[in-house]
Design a protein around this ligand. Sequence first.
Ligand SMILES: Cc1cc2nc3c(=O)[nH]c(=O)nc-3n(C[C@H](O)[C@H](O)[C@H](O)COP(=O)(O)O)c2cc1C
Length: 177
Amino acid sequence: MKTIVVYYSSKGSNRYLAQKIAKSLACDLEEIKPRLNVFLFFLMKINFGNKKLKHSIKDYDRVILCGPIWMGRLIPPLRSFINKYFSEINRLVFVTCCGSTAAKKDEKFGHGFVFKEVESMLKEKCELCQAFPVGMVLPIDKKEDSDAFMKAHLNDDNFKGEIQELFDGFVEKITRL
Ligand SMILES: Cc1cc2nc3c(=O)[nH]c(=O)nc-3n(C[C@H](O)[C@H](O)[C@H](O)COP(=O)(O)O)c2cc1C
């Protein structure tokens, strides 16, 4: 299964996750680079799209798309990637390191709505959506502290315990898909 991990990250957690997935699968990796400051235009609901990728998406059996969730929405760089490369994508796995937990996924800012949107855009091409809530790396007394998880970032020091187990299960699952 020829796989590429394609990611967008603003603060680094999704970059870390994407790099970790690519390393585990020994596959290619490429960063999505928006044409203009994505966050500024996100607030204005304007999307200028992304720069052209170096890799040819149609050469891969599977794309693993990785990026954050903002305000309960599929963010412009990820949306543009799906729209631009839809016909070239064979199968897609969507992965996010986000703020929302599994318990809160269906709340207003949860990842559940974004997963439904990705599934409806990709239809049968979408194999799996997986969230890695960043709160998993926080100590138990900080897990519900929104200020703490907005400041939390994945790194080699905190990527252990339950998030490492979730990651290992995810890698095993996609290897079997
Ligand atoms: C402006 C902003 C809005 C966010 N909104 C959400 C949200 O609605 N739902 C969610 O699950 N996480 C939300 N988050 C948390 C990010 O998804 C999370 O911090 C993510 O790990 C950031 O990824 P990055 O470090 O790769 O940029 C938000 C973060 C920011 C900065």
